[in-house]
Design a binder for this molecule. Structure first.
Ligand code: ATP
Ligand code: MG
Length: 327
């Protein structure tokens, strides 16, 4: 058990459900890495608070997200599945790390700069993310390109802490071996599909077949006729990526197969492939969501396992930084 590398990853319970990009870029890899790794997967509900969601919605969405993860193949027996807010050591460690983070250093995080400001919570979120990772002594974190800078910050903070207070944290690496497919929004293929943006450009994992077909059919394309990857064909390029992921066929092979055919046939096949991909997920989801008590048990068991590790780390941290132990 403990000889397996520890991998940590989180996902925010925002939006209506998870979207196609979350499955392609994250959750299908989570499902595949559970044998070789000691995985900790969490619902980042504290991170979701930066969007100040409606309270009942956040609560419902968090439980629903567990059902979706299980439906997509995350296994709470092999992996530790929990809600971030159930382990109070995350924000506790974040405070300690925040005291080692320069204001200028945090200000340089491009994601915050791109959003053009926001709450202190949003400003602080990379520090909380560093705590999410370091509290479990994770060896590897599967991250997208957009998160690379945050992982660098995490490593810097770990090194800074270790240098000042003695060796405490494992330095996490980027988990390699994950194909970097990025799914784009169907209505605006120049930006990525995102659950908090939603709309008709987003395919939800739980969309019924008719809705999927409608969304794919109205996906933005260009005025040409050729089904091929090109810089000036972001819509078709995106649909080719989607079809490739769903069918396991390489993109050049698909380009050949659709040579001389129009967009109509192509889109119909893309829609069908997505429907097929998610049909078993929807079916399994229906079973899980019908049993909220079981979902709560999964979360409780996950939090207990996570807390065991987190408390151990935090006890060392408290002692090292000089906090008087309570008697
Ligand atoms: P939000 O809009 O709330 O930020 P999101 O859809 O971007 O939601 P996150 O919770 O930020 O999802 O990210 C969860 C995981 O899904 C991350 O590993 C991220 O890299 C991956 N991911 C998100 N969107 C895509 C996408 N369009 N293509 C590939 N991977 C994606
Ligand atoms: Mg995101």
């Amino acid at each position: 058990m403990s000889s397996r590398p520890r991998v940590l990853s989180g996902i925010r319970p925002t939006g209506e459900s998870f979207q196609l990009g979350n499955y392609v870029g994250a959750v299908r890899h989570w499902a595949a890495m559970q044998d070789e790794n000691d995985c900790f997967f969490f619902l980042a509900d504290l991170h979701a608070l930066t969007e100040t969601p409606e309270p009942a919605k956040l609560r419902g969405r968090t439980r629903q997200a567990v059902a979706e993860l299980l439906a997509m193949g995350v296994d709470p027996v092999r992996s530790t599945v929990f809600a971030q807010s159930h382990v109070a050591e995350h924000p506790e460690l974040a405070w300690v790390l925040g005291c080692l983070t320069g204001f200028g250093e945090a200000s340089r995080m491009t994601q915050f700069k791109e959003k053009g400001g926001g709450s202190v919570g949003l400003f602080y979120y990379p520090v909380l993310q560093a705590a999410d990772i370091l509290i479990y002594q994770a060896n590897a974190v599967p991250i997208g390109e957009d998160q690379r800078q945050h992982l660098e910050l995490t490593r810097d903070l770990a090194q800074r802490f270790n240098a000042r207070y003695g060796d405490t944290f494992v330095l996490p690496a980027a988990y390699e071996g994950r194909a970097g497919e990025r799914i784009k929004d169907l209505q605006d293929p120049t930006r990525k599909m995102s659950k908090s943006i939603g709309g008709t450009g987003t395919i939800w994992v739980l969309d019924d077949p008719k809705t999927v077909t409608k969304k794919v059919r109205s996906a933005v394309t260009d005025t040409g006729r050729e089904v091929r990857v090109a810089d000036d064909k972001p819509g078709i390029t995106n649909l080719l990526t989607i079809l490739s992921v769903c069918t396991g066929k390489a993109v050049p092979e698909l380009e050949d197969a659709y040579a001389g055919k129009g967009y109509g046939d192509f889109k119909a096949d893309v829609a069908e492939a997505v429907v097929e991909l998610f049909a078993p997920v929807r079916e399994r989801y229906a079973g899980f969501i019908d049993d909220p008590a079981e979902l709560d048990r999964v979360l409780a068991a996950g939090a207990a396992r996570a807390r065991e590790v987190a408390v151990r780390t935090m006890t060392t941290v408290r002692e090292r930084v000089g906090l008087l132990a309570p008697t």
